[in-house]
Design a protein around this ligand. Sequence first.
Ligand SMILES: *[C@@H]1O[C@H](CO)[C@@H](O)[C@H](O)[C@H]1NC(C)=O
Ligand SMILES: *[C@@H]1O[C@H](CO)[C@@H](O)[C@H](O)[C@H]1NC(C)=O
Ligand SMILES: *[C@@H]1O[C@H](CO)[C@@H](O)[C@H](O)[C@H]1NC(C)=O
Ligand SMILES: *[C@@H]1O[C@H](CO)[C@@H](O)[C@H](O)[C@H]1NC(C)=O
Ligand SMILES: CC(=O)N[C@H]1CO[C@H](CO)[C@@H](O)[C@@H]1O
Length: 478
Amino acid sequence: MGWWLRLCWCLLVVIMLEGGHADGGEVTYDGRSLIINGQRQVLLSGSIHYPRSTPQMWPSLIAKAKEGGLDVIQTYVFWNLHEPNPGQYVFSGNYDLVQFIKEIQKQGLYVSLRIGPFIESEWNYGGFPFWLHDVPGIVYRSDNEPFKFYMQNFTTKIVNLMKSEGLYASQGGPIILSQIENEYQNVEPAFHEKGPPYVLWAANMAVGLQTGVPWVMCKQQDAPDPVINACNGLRCGETFAGPNSPNKPSLWTENWTSNYQVYGKGPIMRSAEDIAFHVALFIARNGSFVNYYMYHGGTNFGRTSSSYVIAAYYDQAPLDEYGLKRQPKWGHLKELHAAIKLCSTTLLQGTQTKFPLGTQQEAIVFEENTGGCAAFLINNDTHNNAIVQFRNISFQLLPKSISILPDCKIVAFNTATVKKKFNNRIMTPVQTFDLANSWKEFNDVVVNFGDTSLKSNRLPEQTSTTKDKSDYLWYTLR
Ligand SMILES: *[C@@H]1O[C@H](CO)[C@@H](O)[C@H](O)[C@H]1NC(C)=O
Ligand SMILES: *[C@@H]1O[C@H](CO)[C@@H](O)[C@H](O)[C@H]1NC(C)=O
Ligand SMILES: *[C@@H]1O[C@H](CO)[C@@H](O)[C@H](O)[C@H]1NC(C)=O
Ligand SMILES: *[C@@H]1O[C@H](CO)[C@@H](O)[C@H](O)[C@H]1NC(C)=O
Ligand SMILES: CC(=O)N[C@H]1CO[C@H](CO)[C@@H](O)[C@@H]1O
């Protein structure tokens, strides 16, 4: 790619970001994309969860995300960290959501805020505070009055906090998108007739909070208007049934860059080529927002991870557990993002046509009245190169690849051509626990059966008994 192309791309991004923060217009959408300050946008986003790193790390993580070509940082909000007891709130240290968002704003990026408040996220209890369990008559994530009371209470608390800090884009802040619930359709059938009214209630409750930015429900094909149904998955360009209204854009809220790892299993690898192929395909098929889940996974500190999930979260993401660039993934995606940005005006303003170039090859072309033209040449053959003719030029397409032509003539990027080299993380031990005196020993006193503090004539349920203060419940029986 010529130096002038790179320069143009930089200018485009700068103008877009400055425009995005200049005044506080509402964020809206149409069938093509989100609309920020009257402009359609192709947005590249990455998940970074603030409690999975430290405030000292946030500035450099965000800077590396920006350098990697992202426009948006997406995070969940972690209810059980923020409200450890009903009505008692914590927003300091690693839990300083406001500071995290302000740091993103400072670096000129947008925020997608996924409030949930059920978040799953391989997080202890899916983000629910344990005290919720003891609310009389509660049924989680259902058309149930006690649950709805606490869900609305926390969601309102977060929205009010964001508003009081002026953080919504409608106020001139960086938040352009919010999420209510999380992959609910996966479990909805279990709630029978209580599921659909809950979905409707959750959507209305969220919209009623008047944030001035759109809400999404991910993996909820019937998300009620005006909430946007978004896709989560590995291959949303192939699997997403699309928005449930022609007036809603096609958004991908979770594209797994790897997957979380559980004890006893190896890391889940997903190649840079495979991720790039599916992002390019989703964009070619009218997608206008793609989020990497995770861009930086980080660390599950303490007892915050859900069962079986190890402390290192998505270590295989573009930024590894420690925030180091993982090559070639980070660099390959950066080049992909630059190529997509070169096409973005044409993608957003042009009309789409598609036609076969062979049995397993296809062209998707966007053309503007002004002459702008961008093309995606897809080779879906996993094993063979393909030679195709496109606009009287011959192109060789690598197996299972997409070539991006921002001017319909020259290939700016091919998803299977990885130029960056693999890098290695070098670990230096700073302390080894090989001396007996480094270890401490604790003796548990084995109490007499007659002296136990809690007696029951049946086996107690573990979490009801420990209140989640510990993973251990030691019991004796006869
Ligand atoms: C949340 O509930 C508490 C009582 O538990 C109440 O004091 C508070 O005002 C409620 N907040 C909102 C935003 O509804
Ligand atoms: C993309 O949008 C165009 C309208 O601009 C529509 O004709 C086409 O069917 C859409 N393609 C997909 C894959 O949704
Ligand atoms: C590629 O081929 C597979 C297997 O036939 C199919 O499932 C998938 O949808 C195809 N993808 C594209 C982009 O054509
Ligand atoms: C391709 O070439 C044919 C004949 O060689 C010509 O008729 C046609 O206009 C050309 N198409 C383009 C897009 O240049
Ligand atoms: C919810 C969901 O679809 N999860 C999928 C994530 O990706 C893994 C790995 O491909 C699948 O096994 C899961 O089903």
